[in-house]
Design a binder for this molecule. Sequence first.
Ligand code: 6PG
Length: 237
Amino acid sequence: MDLRIAKSPEETAKEFAEYLIQQHEKTDVLHVALSGGSTPKILFDLLATEFKMAIDWNRIHLYWGDERCVQPTDDESNFKMTQDRLISKVAIPEENIHRVKGETNPDEEAARYSSEIEKHLEKKNGLPVFDIIILGMGSDGHTASIFPHEIELLESDAICAVANHPESGQKRVTLTGQVINAAKSVCFLVTGEGKKEKVREIIKKEDSASDYPAAHIKVNDGELIWFLDDSAAAELN
Ligand code: 6PG
């Protein structure tokens, strides 16, 4: 497991941005699944400013690892957050944006999005292969929208599944564990002291970690990198 620890959320985002550019230089087209929530906001701001000209936006396709089943104009929407902070600020072709349609029926959208992914990605062992999947981790150890109470979504045969937020009951469309683990590269971006206990339990492979979906991301043939800031990594040394 590759740990890359930086002193602040800004430095962590910069470390990842530099990694993304390195990977981009190795391939013609890069297919990247984005995480949602608040952590990636700093990264998207950076990609839209300091790193904007370092990326050929014609050769990158954006997907989402999970999306809330809300309108794309809703402040809860991961697409809206990405649109506001990144997509609206860079010259990425519309056909390179593969949005989960959170406004439609969740079950139908999970099936449609699975087909969208299959249409654009190469397969290996029957699973679509993303070049990079960016993941966050919740303070309960969830990742994408695979929550502890629905940990079986890690083993689902589907490419995408419908998940339910444990507190709000909000429906989500999420990549399943098998597709995440089939990626060439999975990069956790986890910052802030609120995550430090779960990070320690997962990285040190403590028994309690088996309840956390994020602990089960092992990546079959690719690389697994944890991009952390000092606060999230505070209990590792
Ligand atoms: C989402 C995310 C989710 C997120 C974690 C961490 O849709 O909320 O994809 O998996 O990455 O909940 O969220 P924060 O970055 O806000 O802590």
